[in-house]
Design a protein around this ligand. Structure first.
Ligand code: MN
Length: 482
């Protein structure tokens, strides 16, 4: 990306008068990175501008975009964060500092890596824009991954899929998650990537004609019913997410069993019109039994909202249809970046409260205390925090969110260590179950306790799926000397 391209993109968002600082940042980064080249042979600043351009396209404010332009200055040049603070203010300096890695002096190897992650989580909990800059940075690094040596390609691809994509998912940034995974996929699993590419190539031609016909009929039906249409479009499933779905036992690698390879996405102005549109769709095509999901009334754990239904299409094949209003669409595309609550003027960073929705990120940074080693912390991070989540309830209706496959033992320890220690049994939805039962979203879990009991069973180490529960069990076993 050239400076001219970048500034004309910025000019589509902000009037010339507001661009002075941004231009100054571009000049500063160009000067600071002068003479540095990317592995691709391009001037280094092209990476800074590409990162910042992604932030413009995500709809972020101008301070974040300025921080995007400057994000590699303190780490890779002789210019410091102090200079950035003096020239661009404390908010920009805070954002740049959040994505800047520590020097090598105090920490090395894995310890340094984990420490950098932790610092980024702390900064993100204060201001989520830090993580969004990191995503934009990572996206461009993945786009230019072919220029790096194979071992680095694999490391960056793996980290993107194991850490950054799940973080994007938990922040509700579905598009970002899909893009990061699909960019990493060919490097992470080249054979599988080639296989999935070949499978979809054959199916898409067939499906796309059917989708075009269906879009036309939906368009007419909505117009006749006076439901305004914001947009109707076919969306292709991301390849990595398709690959994961093909791995499930019920699909066994059979692409014809995937019903949302292309989904029709209908955006209408209001929630009421979503339900009206759904009724019309079900009159046009017969709904597939048990495939209707109302994520408007019951949003997914990360806040995703939409109506999903699968119908028998004109050729008798299942076709998924997604219906949502514009706010839901924005939220699904851009997640936390969509309902951006910082005023364009920018609030002072100091003393800012952690947004309740970001509490979990703060916990990620505090977690390390519970583990004996960096390896354990990283495993816990991947499994507990970034795996797909389910939501269960205490009998009082409090929500406890856990990774998939969690058991009542995990549930007990996540509520409180004491509840875990005293656990003797569990009821799920009023029925007594074994302690190794896998919980599902929506389960009401009641832990039965013995007040005299003070320590866990050693067997629970096998039953617990979360590292949090295991760490607490291990600690209790150590403290009780057993
Ligand atoms: Mn960078």
């Amino acid at each position: 990306m050239t400076t001219d391209d970048f500034l004309s993109l910025a000019a589509t968002r902000w009037p010339a008068a507001d661009l002075a600082h941004l231009k100054q940042a571009v000049a500063f980064a160009t000067m600071a990175h002068h003479g540095q080249l990317r592995k691709s042979g391009q001037p280094y600043v092209t990476h800074s501008l590409a990162t910042a351009a992604t932030l413009i396209n995500l709809g972020l404010d101008i301070e974040t975009v300025i921080a995007g332009v400057l994000h590699d200055v303190p780490e890779d040049t002789s210019h410091t964060l102090d200079e950035i603070q003096q020239q661009f203010g404390s908010t920009v300096a805070f954002l740049v500092g959040g994505v800047t890695k520590l020097g090598t002096i105090k920490y090395r190897g894995l310890a340094r890596y984990v420490e950098n992650l932790r610092r980024m989580f702390i900064a993100t909990a204060q201001d989520v824009r830090v993580m969004i800059i990191k995503f934009a940075d990572r996206q461009h690094n993945l786009q230019t991954l072919q220029y790096l040596p194979a071992d680095k390609q694999l490391r960056i691809a793996r980290e993107s899929v194991e850490i950054y994509a799940p973080l994007a998912h938990r922040l509700g940034m579905g598009e970002m998650k899909g893009q990061l995974e699909d960019l990493a996929f060919p490097y992470l699993k080249p054979t599988e990537y080639a296989w999935v590419k070949r499978l979809v190539g054959e199916r898409y031609d067939q499906l796309e004609k059917e989708i075009e016909t269906m879009k036309g009929r939906v368009d007419r039906a909505l117009r006749q019913a006076d439901i305004p249409i914001v947009s109707i479009h076919g969306r292709r499933k991301y390849l990595y997410s398709l690959y994961e779905k093909l791995q499930r036992p019920e699909n066994r690698g059979d692409i014809t069993s995937i019903t949302d390879l292309i989904a029709i996405r209908i955006i209408v102005p209001s929630v009421a019109q979503c339900y009206n549109a759904l009724g019309l769709i079900h009159q046009l095509w017969r709904p597939w039994p048990k495939r209707f999901k109302d994520f408007i009334a019951q949003p997914k754990p990360n806040g995703y909202q939409s109506l999903h239904t699968t119908v028998f299409g004109p050729l008798g094949q299942p076709v998924e249809i997604q219906i949502r209003d514009q706010a839901m669409h924005q939220a699904a595309e851009f997640g936390v970046a969509a309902h951006w609550h910082y005023a364009e003027s920018g609030k002072p960073v100091a003393g800012q409260q952690v947004h309740p929705k970001l509490e979990w990120i703060k916990e990620l940074s505090e977690w390390k205390k519970e583990y004996d080693s960096e390896e354990q912390y990283l495993e816990a991070l991947k499994i507990d925090a970034l795996h797909k989540r389910i939501f269960c309830f205490t009998p009082n209706g409090d929500v406890i969110d856990l990774p998939e496959q969690a058991t009542p033992i995990d549930f007990a320890y996540h509520v409180h260590s004491d509840l875990g220690q005293r656990c003797v049994g569990a009821k799920v939805n009023d029925r007594i179950v074994a302690l190794d039962t896998e919980l599902r979203s929506g389960d009401v879990v009641e832990i039965m306790i013995d007040k005299k009991r003070r320590r866990p069973n050693r067997d629970w180490l096998q039953i617990a799926r979360t590292q949090t529960a295991r760490a607490r069990i291990r600690r209790a076993l150590r403290e009780s000397g057993s």
